[in-house]
Design a protein around this ligand. Structure first.
Ligand SMILES: Cc1cc2nc3c(=O)[nH]c(=O)nc-3n(C[C@H](O)[C@H](O)[C@H](O)COP(=O)(O)O)c2cc1C
Length: 178
């Protein structure tokens, strides 16, 4: 059994990328893992101030919701990030969170496998590429971790537009393999 932490970063209700996150969670739970899904909706994650105090103290100086997510991420075996594609990139919310996970950098973090779930209006395979590449940059800084898988839900603009999208099954199947 693994501890799986899933963070959904879309601010929308009935979000497409969050639907992927829920499908992944369902698959991972079915396979017997301990799964927690956190949405950033209604949570406050401020920008990293770049002070680097976290590298000495192991904790950020900012007291907001990133603090709790960071502690959970430290002990998770698997991290999953779900994001809408904004201008061919990950959402600003996800980038801000990744920066705020900087206290993990010098720590004995447990995670090894990292997954990315994305949703976008366009359906071409290249649409999520920069978001994948951005997350790979973050993962590169965590030497014991790797990008273990991605799922892209393309062709969805409105929230909850396609509840039968094949990417949902892909996400559930991937969740089962963690
Ligand atoms: C600011 C903004 C930028 C966007 N940029 C893109 C884009 O570059 N390519 C694309 O295909 N869709 C783009 N979209 C559409 C969203 O990716 C799409 O609506 C997606 O389903 C949102 O996922 P969510 O429901 O999880 O928030 C953009 C939407 C917003 C609000």
């Amino acid at each position: 059994m693994k501890k799986v932490l899933i963070v959904s970063t879309s601010p929308r209700l009935n979000s497409n990328s969050e639907a992927l996150a829920k499908a992944f969670a369902e698959g991972a739970r079915e396979a017997g893992n301990e799964v927690e899904l956190i949405s950033l909706r209604g949570r406050t994650v401020n920008f990293c101030r770049g002070c680097l105090v976290c590298q000495e103290k192991g904790r950020c100086v900012i007291r907001d919701d990133a603090d709790e997510i960071c502690r959970k991420a430290l002990h998770a075996d698997v991290l999953v990030f779900a994001t809408p594609i904004y201008y061919y990139e990950m959402s600003g919310q996800l980038k801000t969170l990744l920066d705020r996970l900087n206290p993990l950098y010098p720590c004995d973090y447990a995670f090894r496998d990292v997954y990315l779930l994305t949703a976008a209006a366009e359906d071409e395979a290249h649409v999520p590429q920069r978001a994948v590449s951005g997350l790979e940059g973050w993962i590169e800084c965590f030497e014991r971790a790797r990008l273990a898988g991605t799922v892209f839900m393309g062709g969805v603009t409105a929230a909850g537009e396609n509840p039968a999208h094949p990417a949902l099954e892909q996400a559930a199947a991937l969740g089962k393999t963690v």
